[in-house]
Ligand binder design. Structure first.
Ligand SMILES: [Zn+2]
Length: 429
């Protein structure tokens, strides 16, 4: 008999996502559904999964334990968002309005807008203020069902400010129920003071910033914005090799605005994830599949940036690359914290099936963060992170404007109930 402190009963369809990790090809459609199911958790971990009819014989509830009644609705793993830029201060709303009037991302950056403007605001924010902003954004994500999030630095762009950003991310993680994976993104942009000598900034990244971040154990991953007009493939390789030498795992912003060869570089270096990929080449797609490097797609970014084009999601699935989806929350146009919104665009603009989109925000997203042993599927021993949907109908996930989740459980605790946050960034007892 298992003693549980939380149970979810009368689940119409339990999408466990148990099975192979990462999901590729046809396996991306396999949600490993248990019909008429129940789940039990003990001390924050999944303790039992099975048919509801077998629950009473297998599980006893501890005194004071809570039982959620799914009333026939679907339940899945808590969503995993593998690409966000939550650690920023200020806003760039004026630039977003200019894009609505027809200006491109590159035009705005060339006029001194873009990332460097957020850098000014972020450098002058305190660690505590920045942590508060990260927590408020994690709250919004939790409401949408996200229980694990990667969070990047990258608006400091000098050693001290990058370290403060990562400290703010760590502080936010200690205050918030969500599981947070910190990524060092000092190579997000060349800051204004180094524009006359790019090599000097790359050198600073390699010789000073990466060792300082690694020494303080502030990041699990390092990332580079490998893009036309930002960091070249050569510069990106230098930065990522240094990061790898210092024990950091790798991710790359690749082929977002033009075909630059970022995906090929990700394959070459054994990066865990190559992100965006709107303009990825055929060769790049094959490189990702061969290296089991996750193709992390950010449909909301392409949508809000008005790129007029989306990553070739179907081609990536066909070639055998593991596909994940992320929100890309950021001040330049990452306006939606909602993975269900990313799923809606991924399905209706990019042609993923609902099942593929769900695998992309759970098991494959967890693999992209190297956390698949902990989150991303509902299996005994993993963290008890669950989303209760509104009905048994998966289409309810992509009905934009209607809240997709009715309740969210994080580490065996109800954090969203009836669509309201009951345990977010507020201090916990
Ligand atoms: Zn990004």
């Amino acid at each position: 008999m298992i003693t549980a402190d939380l149970a979810v009963r009368r689940v119409g369809r339990l999408a466990t996502l148990a099975g192979p990790v990462p999901r590729t090809g046809r396996a991306m459609r396999d949600l490993a559904v248990v019909p008429d199911a129940a789940v039990a958790a003990a001390r924050g971990r999944i303790a039992w999964v099975g048919p509801d009819a077998a629950f009473d014989a297998a599980v006893e509830m501890a005194p004071g334990a809570e039982t959620l009644d799914a009333d026939g609705a679907a339940v899945g793993p808590g969503f995993v968002d593998p690409h966000t830029h939550l650690a920023f201060a200020g806003d760039r709303d004026d630039e977003i309005r200019r894009r609505l009037a027809g200006a491109s991302y590159q035009e705005i950056a060339a006029e001194g807008g873009g990332i460097v403007r957020t850098v000014e605001a972020t450098r002058s924010a305190s660690v505590d203020d920045l942590a508060g902003l990260v927590c408020a954004r994690l709250d919004e994500m939790l409401l949408c069902g996200t229980t694990t999030a990667e969070v990047k630095s990258g608006y400091g762009l000098e050693t001290g400010a990058e370290i403060r950003s990562l400290e703010a991310i760590r502080l936010a993680a200690s205050r918030h129920p969500a599981t947070v994976v910190p990524t060092f993104l000092g190579a997000h942009e060349v800051p204004r003071e180094h524009r006359g000598n790019r090599a000097r900034y790359v050198d600073l990244l390699v010789r000073e910033m990466i060792p300082a971040v690694a020494e303080r154990r502030l990041a699990a991953f390092a990332d580079v914005f490998c893009e036309e007009g930002v960091f070249t493939v050569e510069e990106s390789r230098k930065v990522l090799l240094a990061a790898r030498e210092h024990g950091l795992k790798l991710r790359i912003h690749a082929d977002e605005l033009a075909t630059t060869g970022g995906a090929e570089l990700a394959g070459e270096l054994g990066a865990r994830s190559a992100d965006h990929l709107v303009f990825v080449s055929e060769r790049g797609m094959r490189a990702l599949a061969e290296a089991s490097c996750v193709a992390t797609l950010l449909p909301a970014a392409a949508f809000y940036l008005r790129l007029g084009q989306f990553a070739p999601a179907r081609g990536l699935v066909a070639v055998g690359a593991p596909v994940a989806l992320a929100s890309d929350v950021n001040p330049g146009g990452g306006l939606s914290p909602s993975l269900p919104f990313a799923m809606a665009v991924a399905c209706f603009a990019m042609g993923l099936s609902l099942e593929e989109a769900l695998a992309a925000v759970t098991v494959n997203a967890a693999f992209s963060l190297d956390l698949h042993g902990e989150v991303g599927s509902i299996e005994v021993g993993k963290r008890a992170d669950l989303v209760l949907l509104r009905s048994a109908r998966l289409l309810d996930l992509v009905r934009v404007g209607v809240r997709a989740t009715r309740a969210v459980v994080k580490d065996g605790r109800v954090v969203v109930r009836d669509g309201r946050l009951v345990a977010g960034s507020a201090p916990r007892p």
